[in-house]
Write a protein that binds this ligand. Structure first.
Ligand SMILES: N[C@@H](CCC(=O)N[C@@H](CS)C(=O)NCC(=O)O)C(=O)O
Length: 206
């Protein structure tokens, strides 16, 4: 299998983190430089279907994009340690937190960074500072929800680390590009962030 990935880009990092947690080493990493548009070539688009990284190419030629879909596929091949839920209830709870973290945290942060960091202007038709501000405020609102959740739970979804934590930490780490730090009063969020960042697998793709 081949993983089309881009160093320091957040969505490929999710997959690299999943791979590192599971000790997966039989996937060839193919670096795609999105800053020079390597993901927009006709060859890449034909192979993947969309101009996005990450994408996982299987040995039979099937190509899977979407970091969560790739993660699920890898979990089916390498079930341990479990990151997506071991039974119906866990799977639903982890999926719920993963989707919440994508919609209300990672995506707004991504938009905020892309619309404010000068180096990322290359990825947008036009950077819109207002869009950046709006999305930073929206993400911060959800951080308060996460802080309340983390006041009573060690990790976001279950009593163990899961894909929901990966999505949220990778999103928050991407904001470091614009030197953003979550509000200091969110002490439970800070504690959890430190715990997740200290995992050896957190370095994968970062
Ligand atoms: N929902 C997708 C998002 C993929 C995505 O947007 N990837 C970014 C890099 S983090 C990308 O390919 N950007 C290229 C561009 O915007 O031109 C996933 O989870 O994989």
């Amino acid at each position: 299998m081949k993983l089309y990935t881009s160093n320091r880009a957040p969505n490929p990092r999710r997959v690299r983190w999943v791979m590192a947690e599971k000790g997966i080493e039989d996937v060839e990493l193919v670096e795609i430089d999105i800053m020079v548009g390597e993901h927009k070539t006709a060859e890449y688009r034909t192979r993947v279907g969309v101009p996005h990284v990450p994408a996982l190419e299987l040995d039979d030629g099937t190509t899977i994009s979407e970091s969560i879909a790739i993660g699920r596929y890898l979990e089916a091949l390498y079930p341990e340690p479990n990151l997506f839920g071991a039974d119906a209830r866990e799977q639903a709870v982890i999926e719920m937190w993963t989707r919440r973290c994508e919609f209300y945290l990672a995506n707004p942060i991504m938009l905020s960074v892309r619309h404010s960091h000068p180096a990322l202007a290359a990825l947008e038709a036009a950077q819109m500072p207002q869009l950046a501000d709006y999305n930073r405020v929206a993400a911060e609102k959800f951080m308060k929800t996460l802080d309340r959740r983390l006041a009573e739970h060690e990790f976001l979804a279950e009593d163990r680390f899961s894909i929901a934590d990966i999505v949220a930490v990778v999103g928050l780490d991407f904001a470091r590009l614009i030197k953003y730090r979550p509000p200091e009063e969110l002490a439970h969020l800070a504690r959890w962030l430190e715990t997740c960042r200290a995992r050896p697998a957190a370095k994968a793709g970062a």
